[in-house]
Design a protein around this ligand. Sequence first.
Ligand SMILES: *Cc1c(COP(=O)(O)O)cnc(C)c1O
Length: 400
Amino acid sequence: MNQLAIDGGTPIRTKAFPQWPVYGEMEERLLLEVLRSGKWGGSTPDKLKQLEAKFAEIHGAAYAVSVINGTVGITVALQAAGVRSGDEVIMPPYTFIATATSSLLFGAIPVFADVEEDTLQLDPEKVEAAITPRTKAIVTVHIGGASSNMTRLKEIADRHHLRLIEDSAQAVGAQWEGKGVGSLGDLGTFSFQSSKNVNSGEGGMILTNDKDLADMAWSLTNVGRIREGAWYQHEHIGWNLRMTEFQGAVLLGQLSRLDEQLAVRERNGGLLTELLSETEGIEVLRRDPRITRHAYHLYMFKLAPELAESVDKNDVIAKIAAEGIPVSAGYVSLNLNKAVLNEIERWTGSKPSYSCPISEKLSSKQAIWVHQNALLAEESDMHDIAAAVKKVVHSLKIKN
Ligand SMILES: *Cc1c(COP(=O)(O)O)cnc(C)c1O
């Protein structure tokens, strides 16, 4: 096979992958409308109202509350669900740090339960084993845009009288058994930060089917006001966590492309799985057949265990990147993050220790990511990704 690009060979490709974000005439028109209306803030919602209605409908939820970002969206969901300082919140360690900081912000204590080796999703059986009398909620994360096992998680949450919150930051439009993520647990939260599949620079959304939870989430994001109350009638301690109308305008435009983009990512994600599953030294993730729509915020694959033991993952990534393919190493398992551990100790007074060997091994040695914008490319571009991975893995196997 050809010499690797990193050693001076010809790269598999030099063509760029699609730019992100994607926007058009609709965003421009709606932004101008907001500008000219003079009503720019979230306290006079028009675009935000339309956005909330549309977002709830897409996911099959009864209520939607917009919020400044995905991180505090989780905080608000936890607080609306009755989680208080000192309560334990079970969550996966293979996620963005915000999943943990959203609890730590007000002294709720993250408890990490390991992920499934073949999906990288929160393992429901590990959740059950981590429940204590102080456990109040489970925050599952639909990592990469694939739904976690909501059927099993709901059973466990119901049996133990725990709140179930879905961190759906990466999963706009994803479905479990035909139902939108974010509408399956007690509350679901989303992010519209720049890298996410639907983007307004920053922003977030909270979904629920429970009117009381929706009202509380609205109050917490609106300085403790109540919906039909007077302007200076504050009945809870809340904050100003409102998005602006400009973000609402951009998001209405972004959502008009959602179905089409989801279909392209599904097609390309499926093709990549087909191509990479034939590549020796690579393992693809298992897709639960109950995932009826995958949002593919990330395409994640793994170095097979034997290969992973004999190579440095970062070296493999550098070699694939040199072939012209944007890959990255992804998260460090949160149960090893010093800031998170120190903050837990600060709140509880004792040093936490969590055993998450699967997440640790997958994050340090095996998991490799391709970001969603690459999945918006052509089918032939997926062949390039697979060819680059194959070329690099093949060269490693020869060396070993
Ligand atoms: C992006 C992200 C968040 C945080 O969202 P922000 O809008 O950046 O605050 C939370 N959880 C996960 C899994 C994310 O990917």
